[in-house]
Design a protein around this ligand. Structure first.
Ligand code: PYC
Length: 404
């Protein structure tokens, strides 16, 4: 009987914090866990610690809209997220953990001629990279998603959409637990409730980490702390070009399943999908002020409901259940900042804005390769921190339904 319980246990107990690790990953979210997973799986590096000040998945991994897609605007971004979607497609089998990935299609609605032009540009970039994306007209939107209101009697009638068939939603906490399970099995320590208080930086190199449970020496530190990236980098003396804001979202009470598509609108700044539990998950614009507050606001709820009800009037008497905020670390060009920094041995993975969760597996693959080989993989070369000094930005502003 005891054996059955042991086998079912997902998270291994990490034991004492050791005084030395080859790699210390700060942040027990989807990126930190994925990096640890691929370090072990692809490179055999297991003398690794993940330090999480709260519990795994307590940050952005547990507070997002669970959307997975690759229909980005820039060739750099689209190529990167394409690989992420492909990794996600195999991940349940690979991790031996059902991540409930349902790929029923992602629609970016266009309500103006200008927006149709942008969606065409995205479709062309996507097609060149082998990503399934095309612009469809209003009739096809209605045919593929009969539940949506395509009528004229609304604030912004729908003219068409960018249709991305592989887009989908996934259970975000299952992603965290699936990675954590395999990370633990590989012998990697996941230390929850351990906060990083400083870094041992001398002569331009990071030699270790100071924590609430003592100091650790290490060869490489990876900061994968999403919304907390700036304060964590500051502990190492590194200034990041990031501002932090919140994106709010809520779920309704569960209702009978009637929407299997993801609907987003860059004009209305909203996201709508229905979860496997029947809840409608609705999100909106990043708030236009920097904050670390995790309090939701009533104007957001009012705004999001007003717009969603124009698309889905059938939700008019559905009640709201939960409402949350997620921290978004916004970079100036809305693309991530990944890899080496001016401090040897101190790597960053930040600036994800609202795109982070969908990148978790490819972040793990590319960062683990960088750590193991010392060479930046081609796929993340454009996302180096130094691009802000060399003026080689990767503007991804047009790729989300939030204006950022
Ligand atoms: O980029 O798919 C997205 C997204 C969803 C919520 C915020 N950003």
């Amino acid at each position: 009987m005891k054996d059955i319980f042991l086998r079912k246990r997902v998270l291994q107990s990490p034991g004492e914090l050791r005084r030395h690790y080859d790699v210390v990953i700060v942040g027990g979210g989807s990126h930190g866990l994925a990096t640890a997973y691929y370090l072990a799986r692809r490179h055999g590096i297991t003398n690794v610690a993940i330090l999480e000040k709260s519990y795994i998945g307590s940050g952005a991994a547990g507070r997002n809209t669970t959307i997975i897609r690759a229909n980005y605007r820039t060739p750099e971004g689209a190529a990167f997220y394409k690989e992420s979607v492909e990794l996600y497609e195999r991940l349940s089998t690979e991790l031996g953990f059902n991540l409930m990935f349902s790929q029923h299609g992602h629609f970016t609605l266009a309500h103006s001629d200008r927006s149709l032009v942008v969606q065409h540009e995205r479709a062309e970039v996507n097609k060149l990279l082998g990503i399934s994306s095309r612009v469809i007209d209003r009739d096809e939107v209605k045919r593929l998603c009969p539940q949506i209101n395509v009528g004229e009697d609304v604030t912004w009638p729908i003219l068409g959409a960018l249709y991305h068939p592989p887009g989908g939603i996934i259970r975000h906490d299952a992603v965290v637990w699936g990675f954590a399970k395999q990370v633990g099995r590989a012998g990697i320590d996941i230390h929850q409730g351990v906060e990083v208080t400083g870094f041992d930086v001398r002569d331009g190199r990071c030699h270790g980490v100071r924590t609430t449970k003592g100091d650790i020496s290490c060869d490489v530190v990876v900061s994968a702390t999403a919304g907390w990236s700036s304060p964590v980098a500051k502990l190492a003396g590194l200034r990041l070009p990031i501002t932090t804001s919140i994106l709010q979202a809520f779920v309704t009470e569960p209702v009978k399943p009637f929407l299997d598509k993801i609907i987003v609108s860059a004009q209305m700044h909203i996201y709508v999908s229905q979860t496997d539990r029947g809840e409608f998950l609705i999100g909106a614009e990043v708030e236009p002020y920097p904050t670390y507050s995790n309090k939701g606001t009533f104007p957001f709820v009012e705004y999001a409901c007003r717009h969603v009800l124009e698309l889905f009037p059938q939700l008019h008497s559905t009640r709201l259940l939960r409402h949350w905020t997620g921290l978004c670390d916004m970079s100036p060009d809305y693309s991530p900042i990944m890899g080496l920094t001016e401090i040897d041995g101190f790597l960053v993975d930040c600036g994800w804005g609202t795109y982070g969760f969908k990148a978790a597996p490819i972040v793990g693959v590319t960062l683990s390769e960088l750590i193991a080989s010392g060479t930046t993989p081609d796929l993340i070369e454009p996302f180096r921190l130094e691009r802000f000094a060399t003026d080689t930005l990767v503007s991804e502003l047009a790729a989300a339904a939030v204006s950022h």
